[in-house]
Design a protein around this ligand. Structure first.
Ligand code: FEO
Length: 163
């Protein structure tokens, strides 16, 4: 049985993942408005992945016979200073999520909840990939800043991200 403390933290993480989906959707809206459809698509795919993350924890809580509670998903920006600023913000966001997953794992250890630890191992690995992917994209976009032809080339490349 999930402890109350761990259940609250898992439910909070569901909301954080939903918020992540929302954050990337906001970035997609901004990039679409900047006529950068490739980058916008990259963000849309990222947003969909975040929904999947939320659902993984959602299903896990239900499987454990506990109650899902869904918190408030805060409003997010749909304006950024530049495409590079949007991708920088994405990387900062992922770093925060990594810290949150790590704290959740620590709590699962304290609570001696082995199934939650096993479930979170997937997320720990996923966060390494997330930071790597977002970091690489952010680096490419940062290098293209101020060079429109390069920016369009990077836009095309990021648009090839598969769903
Ligand atoms: Fe669900 Fe991008 O971390």
């Amino acid at each position: 049985m999930l402890s109350d403390k761990l259940l609250a933290a898992l439910n909070e993480q569901i909301t954080k993942e939903l918020h992540s989906a929302y954050v990337y959707l906001g970035m997609a809206a901004y990039l679409e408005a900047q006529n950068l459809p490739g980058m916008a698509k990259w963000m849309r795919v990222q947003s969909e992945e975040e929904l999947e993350h939320a659902m993984k924890i959602f299903d896990f809580v239900l499987e454990r016979g506990a109650t899902v509670t869904l918190g408030t998903v805060e409003a997010v920006p749909t304006e950024y200073e530049s495409p590079a600023a949007a991708f920088r913000a994405a990387l900062e966001h992922e770093r925060k999520i990594t810290a949150s997953i790590n704290a959740l794992y620590e709590l699962a250890v304290q609570e001696n909840d082995y199934p939650t630890q096993v479930m979170l191992q997937w997320f720990i690995e996923e966060q390494v990939e997330e930071e790597d992917n977002v970091g690489r994209a952010a680096d490419m976009v940062a290098k293209a800043e101020g060079h429109p032809p390069v920016l369009l080339m990077i836009d095309h490349r990021l648009g090839q991200r598969e769903e």
